[in-house]
Design a protein around this ligand. Structure first.
Ligand code: PLP
Length: 427
C-alpha cells in the first residue's frame, strides 16, 4: 500500500511506515495513493464479517501483510459483532459498542494493536498516550497481553469518571496507568516532553497509537460493509448513513467505504454545538470557535483532526462537498432525542441519539437510514439515567471490573518522575 502526506505530497510511505510514524512532515496526514473499487461487492456482502473484513483490508494494504496473517489479525481484533438493530421501518441502528470498552474505538484500536504487533521487530515498543477517558481505555484493552509492547496511559487524577477509571486501570500486566495530579492538558504536555526526548524515544521505542493513525480508519471501513450486509437488498439502494462526528474519523471511514464501491447514497455529518464543519459546509468559511462542553462529550471538538482527509477524498474524486448533509443539535435537543428514541423502544446515549434525530428529520420517503451508535448507553450512564429517569445496568465488561482494585501510579505533573517510571516499566 502506498500513502502520501496530504501536506507534503512528495512524502510517500508504505502502510508499515504510516502505521509506525502516524503523522507525516508538518503534521500532515497520510492518505491512500489509490482508491480502487472492489470487484464483486454483492459476493463480498455474502461473506461473514471476519472473511469480508480481511478481504477489504487486504485490498487496501496489499502484499505488505499476507491474507492469511491478516485474517488471523482481524479474527483477534474483531472478536465481537457489529449488529444492526431495527428502530423503525425506515431506520436501523448500527451498534458499534459490543467490544471490551463499549465504544466503536475498539475496532480501530484493536486492529492498530494487531498491526503494530505484526510489524514489531525484536526492539521494544512503548505506547505512551494521554487520555481524558475513552481513548485510553480502548488503547489499553487493545494492547492488553500483547508481548513486547508496553502501554503507559496518563490521565488527570480525579477528572475522569470512576467507571472509566475502573475500565482500564484494573488491567495490570503490560498496561501501566498513571494518574497525574493535574488536568488533561498537563498530561498531553508530558507526552510531548517524552517524545521530544530523543534518546528516551529511541531507547524505549516510543509510539503514540494516535487517533489519526491510518490503520484505525481502515478498520472502521469494515463495519460500514457489515451494516449493508445485514440489510435486505431492497433497502440497499437508497441508503443514508448518519454519523455522530467529533474528529470526523468515522465519517472519513464511511466515505472510504463508499469510494471502494459500497452503495451509499449520502452521508449526514451530525454534530453537537461544536459545529465547525456544518458551518463550513453552509457558508464555506472555516472558523473554529472555542470548544464547548456538551452531553455528547466525545464530540466536543472544534478543530476536527481528520477533516483534511475528507477534503482530500472529495478533491481526488472530483466531487463537491455539497454532497454532504449535516445537522447540529444543542443539549436540549439531544435530551429530547434520547427521550423520543426511548419512546420508540430504543435505549441510546447522547451521541447515537443525535445521529438518529438527523435521520428522522432528513430522510426522504424512498430512502433507508442507518445511524451509528458509537457507545453503549451504560458508558454515559449518569446522563442517560438523568434524562430518562430509569436505571441503566452495567454490561458485563464493566460490571466485571467494578470490584477490582485500581493499579494506577500517582505522579505530579513533572517530567522527571514520569521518565523514571517509563524506564522502570520498560527495563
Ligand atoms: C470518538 C467518539 C465519537 C466521534 O468520532 P469521530 O471519529 O472522532 O468523529 C462519537 N461518539 C463516541 C461515543 C466517541 O467515543
Amino acid at each position: 500500500m502506498k500513502l502520501y502526506n496530504i501536506k507534503c505530497p512528495d512524502q510517500q510511505v508504505s502502510f508499515e511506515q504510516a502505521l509506525k510514524i502516524g503523522l507525516g512532515r508538518e503534521q500532515g496526514l497520510f492518505f491512500p495513493a489509490e482508491l480502487i473499487p472492489l470487484d464483486d461487492i454483492d459476493a463480498l456482502l455474502e461473506q461473514d464479517f471476519v472473511t469480508r473484513s480481511s478481504a477489504i483490508l487486504h485490498h487496501f494494504i496489499g502484499d505488505e501483510i499476507t491474507l492469511d496473517d491478516l485474517t488471523k489479525m482481524v479474527q483477534r481484533a474483531f472478536c465481537f459483532p457489529a449488529p444492526l438493530h431495527k428502530v423503525s421501518g425506515q431506520i436501523d441502528a448500527l451498534e458499534l459498542f459490543h467490544g471490551p470498552t463499549l465504544a466503536f474505538k475498539d475496532f480501530g484500536g484493536r486492529f492498530m494493536a494487531q498491526c503494530l504487533k505484526h510489524f514489531a521487530s525484536d526492539k521494544p515498543v512503548t505506547i505512551l498516550t494521554a487520555t481524558s477517558g475513552d481513548t485510553g481505555a480502548a488503547v489499553a484493552h487493545a494492547f492488553y497481553g500483547i508481548e513486547n509492547i508496553k502501554v503507559v496511559v496518563l490521565y488527570p487524577d480525579g477528572k475522569i469518571s470512576p467507571l472509566q477509571e475502573k475500565l482500564f486501570c484494573t488491567l495490570g500486566d503490560n498496561i501501566t496507568t498513571v494518574a497525574i495530579k493535574s488536568d488533561f492538558d498537563a498530561c498531553q504536555t508530558l507526552v510531548k516532553q517524552a517524545f521530544d526526548d530523543a534518546p528516551l524515544r529511541e531507547q524505549i521505542g516510543l509510539n503514540s497509537a494516535n487517533s489519526i493513525n491510518i490503520s484505525r480508519l481502515l478498520a472502521q471501513v469494515c463495519y460500514y460493509f457489515e451494516a449493508v450486509a445485514q440489510l435486505p437488498k431492497a433497502k440497499r439502494q437508497q441508503l443514508v448513513f448518519s454519523v455522530p462526528s467529533g474528529n470526523f474519523g468515522d465519517l472519513t471511514a464511511g466515505l472510504l467505504a463508499q469510494a471502494l464501491g459500497l452503495p451509499v447514497k449520502r452521508f449526514i455529518a451530525a454534530t453537537n454545538v461544536n459545529d465547525t464543519v456544518p458551518r463550513y459546509l453552509a457558508d464555506g468559511n472555516w472558523q473554529p470557535k472555542p470548544t464547548q462542553a456538551t452531553l455528547s462529550n466525545a464530540m466536543d471538538v472544534s478543530q476536527p483532526n481528520n477533516w483534511p482527509r475528507i477534503e482530500e477524498l472529495f478533491r481526488v474524486q472530483s466531487r463537491s462537498l455539497s454532497e454532504l448533509s449535516y445537522g447540529v443539535m444543542d443539549d436540549r435537543q439531544t435530551r429530547q432525542a434520547v427521550q423520543d428514541l426511548y419512546q420508540q423502544g430504543y435505549l441510546s446515549e447522547p451521541h447515537g441519539a443525535i445521529a438518529w434525530r438527523q435521520l428522522e428529520t432528513q430522510l426522504e420517503a424512498d430512502e433507508h437510514g442507518v445511524f451509528l451508535c458509537t457507545a453503549h448507553p451504560a458508558k454515559f450512564q449518569s446522563a442517560v439515567e438523568d434524562i430518562l429517569s430509569i436505571s441503566v445496568p452495567l454490561p458485563a465488561p464493566l460490571a466485571e471490573r467494578i470490584d477490582l482494585p485500581l493499579l494506577s501510579n500517582y505522579l505530579s505533573a513533572d517530567f522527571a518522575p514520569l521518565k523514571a517510571l517509563l524506564l522502570k516499566v520498560t527495563g
